[in-house]
Design a protein around this ligand. Structure first.
Ligand code: SF4
Length: 326
């Protein structure tokens, strides 16, 4: 493997080290990410690709192609992406479109809804699907006590504020991303022997932060090896880079403008699948906004996916079925 990253040995780092890197200048992060990109490329002899979706991956693709202009991009068209994201990726040179075998409706019907966050959905799924093999896991999700009687990390428990969802009449699961995005990408990777760069950041979610702390940017030894070279970037870094380089990006974001907190987009702040209910508490009007540009899709969500009752259930204060008002 080539490269002489001064930050080699970053795996299994502490949260303080991550915060330190996240606070570095954009110039530092560009150098850091470029070294990670080179490490990955050299390790796999150039058999790599960039997973494309919204603005974060626009920046990632620019970083990768600044060093290796011929690296292909791959876009997983889940059928749930904003139309302007699809259009943008059609305009990206050398961008291959792939599709999952199932659609969002099938996934929800079979496994349940992705809501709040991956961890919350996974823990709800554990608790809603009791069987002989998962009683230790269920106890951990409710009490934080492991099978050996020791107390686990609080992150292993379902927070009290979401426990009313266990018996809400809806089924939840975190498997959707695996079926609609990861599986098609893995099959593509297997068929064409290309190892992906993915534009995720530790600031995106607890799962991504833990993943970075565990493996660093380049997960060479993971069962599905992948590189996340912009893991230490923040949302502001993405906007600053895209703005400084005048990169084309999907129209749904609007323009990048200055505000008291730094930079922001005048349209969507982030994109992903339109029907996704991850992060709904942080942006409770996200599904409502779809009505303005895609009324047919909005009506489908409201009526066929039962969002008319599910979304209010997720965003309003509820009673904790394990005891008292929250
Ligand atoms: S982002 Fe949400 S809707 Fe899209 S694949 Fe992942 S879980 Fe499913």
């Amino acid at each position: 493997m080539g490269g002489s990253c001064p930050l080699r040995g970053c795996c299994m780092m502490s949260i303080a080290e991550l915060r330190d890197r996240q606070s570095m200048s954009l110039e530092f992060k560009i150098r850091y990410s470029t070294l990670k990109i080179q490490e990955w490329y050299e390790h796999f002899n150039g058999q790599v690709c960039v997973s494309k979706s919204g603005l974060d991956s626009v920046v990632l693709l620019d970083l990768v192609r600044s060093v290796y202009p011929d690296v292909p991009a791959v876009f997983v068209d889940t059928g749930q992406e904003n139309a302007t994201v699809v259009d943008h990726n059609k305009s990206v040179p050398n961008c291959i479109f792939i599709k999952p075998k199932k659609n969002f409706y099938d996934v929800v019907q079979t496994h349940g809804y992705p809501v709040i966050s991956k961890l919350v959905s996974r823990y709800l799924s554990d608790l809603q699907n009791p069987n002989d093999r998962n009683h230790v896991t269920r106890k951990l999700r409710l009490t934080g006590i492991r099978g050996d009687g020791t107390r686990g990390n609080s992150v292993m428990m379902l927070p009290q504020i979401y426990r009313y969802l266990i018996n809400s009449g809806y089924r939840f699961s975190d498997i959707c991303c695996k079926i609609l995005k990861k599986k098609p990408l893995m099959q593509f990777q297997k068929e064409f022997k290309l190892y992906p760069y993915i534009g995720t950041m530790a600031v995106d979610s607890q799962v991504r932060e833990l993943s970075y702390l565990k493996s660093g940017c380049n997960a060479f030894d993971a069962c599905s090896p992948c590189s996340t070279p912009i893991s230490i970037w923040t949302r502001q870094d993405i906007l600053e880079y895209a703005s400084a380089k005048s990169l084309p990006y999907p129209a749904c974001y609007g323009s990048i403008i200055s505000c008291p907190a730094g930079l922001k987009t005048t349209g969507e702040q982030s994109t992903g699948c339109e029907a996704c209910l991850f992060g709904i508490r942080q942006d409770p009007l996200r599904i409502e906004r779809i009505k303005t540009w895609s009324p047919a899709r909005y009506n489908f969500f409201m009526d066929s996916l039962n969002y008319r009752s599910l979304v209010p259930l997720l965003i309003s204060p509820q009673m904790d079925l394990f005891g008292g008002a929250l």
